[in-house]
Design a protein around this ligand. Sequence first.
Ligand code: S3P
Length: 444
Amino acid sequence: MKKIVYINERIKSFNKKIYVPGDKSLSIRWILMASQAVGTSEAYNLLKSEDVLSALNAVKKLGINYRINKKNCKIFGKGLNGFDFKNNTIINAGNSGTLARLIFGLLVKSKNQIILKGDKSLTKRDFSRVIKPMKMFGQNIKSKNQKLPIKIKGTDYPRPINYYENKGSAQVKSSILFAAMKTPGTTIIKSIPSRNHTEKLFKYLKLPIKISKNKKFDFISFTGTKNYKAFNYTIPGDISSSSFFIVLTLLTKNSKILIKNVNVNNSRTGIIDILKKMNGKIKIKNKKIYKGEEIADIECKYSPNLKGIKIDPKINSRAIDELILIFCLVCAKAKGVSYAKNLGELRHKEQDRLEFVLKFLKTIGIKTIEKNNNLKIYGNPNLKLKGSYVVKNFMKDHRAFMLSCIAALTLDGKKKFIIHDADSINTSFPNFISLLKNLGAKVN
Ligand code: S3P
C-alpha cells in the first residue's frame, strides 16, 4: 500500500449501498471468548484487520489453535483452564488497546509469566486502569510506570472484587468481567455506562451475570467459574467505521447512502443521536436483534442545514471513538458554535486525540477554544480552503487518517491534501480507501 495519499478535489454526488467490515470490538471479544469455550467456535464476517490478527496471534501463543480462511474463522477452545504456554511467552498486542487490556482478565490464573508488548502508540498508553483491579484479584504484575512492556503472572487463588469503574471504559469493565469468569465467587462492578458487548455475550451464553441500572451507573454482578460451550457468531458491521461514510454523505451535495447490517447497540450510537440533533438526515431501518445485539441498516442523506450542538457529556462514552474526531468535521461545517465537555479520556487513545483535533481544526482555519478538556468549535458553513494541507505525525492513528480523508473529500476550495501513513487503516478498516473509490472519490 502507498503510504501517502493525495486528495485534491471534493467527491462528486453518489447514491450507493455499501457494507462496512465487521465490528472491531465484537471481533476481538469473539476471539477471546471463543478461546475460553469448550469446543470449536466459528465466526463469519470477522474483521480482518491488524488488531484482530493480533488477538488471534495472542490466543495462539496461549496454546489455543485457530484456522482462518476467506469465509470463516474457527477457534478450538479448551475451556476456562485451557491455556498452555511457556514461562515468559511474549504477546504483542500491536496497536490494540482493547486486546491488551482485555487479555489481563484472561490471565488472572495463568501459572506462567506473560510479557505483554505493543507498538509505539500502545506503549505510551495508560495501563494503571487495568493494573489496579487486576492486582485486587491477586494477579502479579510488574511494569515500569504502569506502561508496556508489562509482565503478568496469575494467582492460583483469585479473589472476587468489588470495583468502581469511574472512567466509563468498556475495556476496563470487560477485563474485570473476564477475570471474574475465572474467579470463584461474585465480582461486583459499579460502572459509568460504556459499550456493553461483553455483558451481552455473557447473557447470550447464559453465564451468571446480573445487571441493574440507575440514572448514573450500571451495577453488574458476575459469579465465576462456569464453563460454556463453543458458539458461532456472525459479526455485524462496525458503526465506528460507518461513521466516516455517514459524515461523508451528510456533507456531500445530492448524495445518499445505505449502510447495510451495522451493529446499532445503544451503547455505540451516540454519534447518530448527536448528528441527528445537528439536523443530519439519518434513518435507522430494518432493526433486528441478533444474539442480544441490535443490527440495522443506516440510511443517510446530504444535510445542508447542519447546526451546532451542545453535547451532554453523558453521551461521551456512547460516542467515544467518534468524539471529537469525525464529529469535529461536522461541527466545522455547521452553523453556530458546538460545545463538548469532559473530553479527557480522548487524550488516552491511540494518540492524544484532543490535541490532534485542535491542531487539525486550526490548520483548516476553524476557531476553537479548549480549556480543562472542554471544547468549543466555531462552525463556518462557508469554509473555503486554499493551498496545501499536510497531515502527518499522528501516531498512525487510524481514525485520524480517515477523518483527514473525509475532510479532504468534503471541504470546498482549491486545495490539496497530502495525508501520510495510509497503512494506519489496516488497524480497523483495511478497505477504507477502496470503498471511497467505489463511491467515486479520487484518492491518489
Ligand atoms: C473499546 C472501548 C473503548 C473504545 C475502543 C474499543 C472496546 O475504549 O475507545 O476503541 O472494544 O471495549 P475505552 O474502554 O478505553 O473507552
